[in-house]
Design a protein around this ligand. Structure first.
Ligand code: IPD
Ligand code: CA
Ligand code: CA
Length: 277
């Protein structure tokens, strides 16, 4: 009997393809980034902080076309172009540029994120960060790596033992975010926000951050990294409940020794049913 998860799905070929496509998309992103002063920046809806440019759309079109050509039977969910065939066994979940606000402002923390769900479970993920020559990748049952180096979650036992990532959006974030920060600081913890949920998730897998909490995140921001966190021995909250794939949820990934402490600081909001929020 083969105990590898998703044994009857060809994960190897998808894993290889995801790494190739993410690296190629990241190089395209880098070319746009170097000419960012000439990009027209648009705002999504009324939120002046929610930005997008031709770079996001071009990269998503490229990734979507490559995946469709290689795996026509697979479903797709992307931040910029929406979804198709979500009932398929394999569903690709991608964010062409995570950290767009950083990208357009010349800050180096942005990346290309490609994740795969199989039968509703995170199965593989690739995060390409071309500014730092880092390709984070992982596949269930096969480990997680940055380039060729294996990843392992931090051995922290208390929030004092390291730095965690945080993030929020104005609503509904603020009312939950400020009380959480207060508790974290009271306990001697410390935080960063680098503007890319995907990279902060990968950094938890890499043991660079002890945890990452965002008051509400979308699946394309985190799915790829979640696979790496789980393979690296970290923990995640019940993020994919209640249609989390489509609508997102409150989010926590953490080293095992600090997960409960941080979940306690966030409180019931973390795993609250979507209908009660
Ligand atoms: C954003 C980043 C950011 C997080 C936001 C996301 P985008 O994604 O992941 O870190 O705080 O919630 O929307 O817009 O740069 O793709
Ligand atoms: Ca994103
Ligand atoms: Ca994005």
């Amino acid at each position: 009997m083969n105990s590898t998860p998703f044994a009857d799905v060809d994960l190897d070929v998808r894993y290889r393809a995801a790494r190739r496509i993410a690296e190629q998309a990241a190089q395209q992103g880098l070319a746009f980034y170097r000419q960012r002063d000439s990009l027209a920046i648009e705002h999504k809806g009324d939120n002046r902080q929610d930005v997008v440019s031709i770079a996001d759309r071009t990269l998503e079109d490229f990734i979507r076309a490559e995946l469709a050509a290689a795996f026509p039977e697979d479903g797709f969910l992307g931040e910029e172009s929406g979804s198709a065939d979500l009932g398929a066994r394999c569903v690709w979940v991608i964010d062409p540029i995570d950290g767009t606000a950083c990208f357009v402002n010349g800050l180096h923390s942005w990346c290309v994120s490609i994740g795969l769900m199989v039968d509703g479970q995170p199965a593989l993920g690739v995060i390409a960060d071309p500014n730092h020559d880092e390709l984070f990748h992982g596949c269930r049952g096969r480990g997680a790596f940055v380039n060729d180096r294996p990843l392992a979650a931090h051995n922290a036992r208390h929030v004092r033992d390291g730095v965690m990532g945080v993030g929020t959006f104005h609503e509904p974030g603020k009312q939950h975010f400020i009380p959480f920060l207060e508790q974290l600081l009271d306990a001697g913890g410390m935080f960063i926000r680098n503007g890319s949920g995907a990279l902060m998730t990968a950094y938890v897998a890499a043991g660079r951050l002890i945890a990452y909490h965002e008051t509400h995140l979308k699946s394309w921001d985190c799915l790829a990294g979640v696979v790496m966190v789980l393979e690296a021995g970290g923990r995640m909250n019940d993020f994919f409940r209640d249609d989390g794939l489509l609508h997102g949820n409150p989010y926590l990934v953490a080293a095992p020794g600090v997960y409960e402490q941080i979940a306690g600081m966030i409180g019931p909001w973390l795993d609250s049913p979507a209908g009660t929020r």
